[in-house]
Structures are given as structure tokens and as C-alpha cells.
Design a protein around this ligand. Sequence first.
Ligand code: THU
Length: 139
Amino acid sequence: MNNAFVDIQKSWDLACSARKNSYSPYSRFAVGAALTLRTGGTVTGCNVENASYGGTVCAERTAVFAAVAQGYRDFEHLVVVTETTPASPPCAFCLGVLAEFCPPDFPIYLANLKGIEKSFTLGELLPHPFQLAKNSTLL
Ligand code: THU
């Protein structure tokens, strides 16, 4: 088995564990995410819902924000786990947040409880990300 495969299976395991921490009493849709760092190691996230609904944060953004808050900005790949078939891609907000830190060839693995189902690059899922820095004369 090659190292990349072992790495992704390990990330899937970690995303499944993180999914168990999902706080989703309103949607009952639990999501787990595992963001592997370029320097090694993984930061995980789960969705955390709120009674206001709008205050809810997705699993993917929870993972990115936690990683950035810990000083990490260079990511290798992301695994997202839901219980659905077909496996769910990250929402547009999460893709926008990923595009802030990751290049278009960044791999995103979609998985369910049986395992990894398919993969896309960030550029395939969000081909034209909004980039304030490139569009603004203020920054
Ligand atoms: N959710 C995620 O965690 N990630 C996504 O990319 C899409 C949606 C969560 C938010 C909410 O808690 C539940 O799934 C239903 O939308």
C-alpha cells in the first residue's frame, strides 16, 4: 500500500471520530472533517449548530479555523465524512474559506461511513473563487 493511501485512510478515521463530536440537534446531519497539515499531523472539525441556525458552523470551516488559530496555514488534503450516499461535498461557504488558503489542485476527499467515495480538487468544486486581494486596490 502506498503512503498517500495510508495517509488518506488515517484521515478518514480521524474525520469519522470528529464526526462523533458533531453538535447537530436541529438538522441531525452530522459532519466530520480532517485537514492534514503539510508539516504532518491533522486538525479535525465537526459541525456545531446553533439555535439561531445562522450561527451554525460547518465541519470543514471548524477544521480550517482551528488550524489557522493554531498557526497552521499549509494544508495537504481534506477528508469530509457524512452518512450519505453519494457522499456530500463541502458547501460554498466552506469552499470559499478553503480557497483562501489552498491552491486549485488541493485534494478534497468525500466519504461516508463505509469509506472514501470520491475525490475532487478544490478548483473543480469552486473554479472561480472570490479573491478580495486580487480585486481590490485597498489591500
Ligand atoms: N454542514 C457541514 O458541516 N458542512 C457542509 O459543507 C455543509 C453542511 C452542516 C451544517 C449543518 O449543521 C448541517 O450540515 C446541515 O446543513
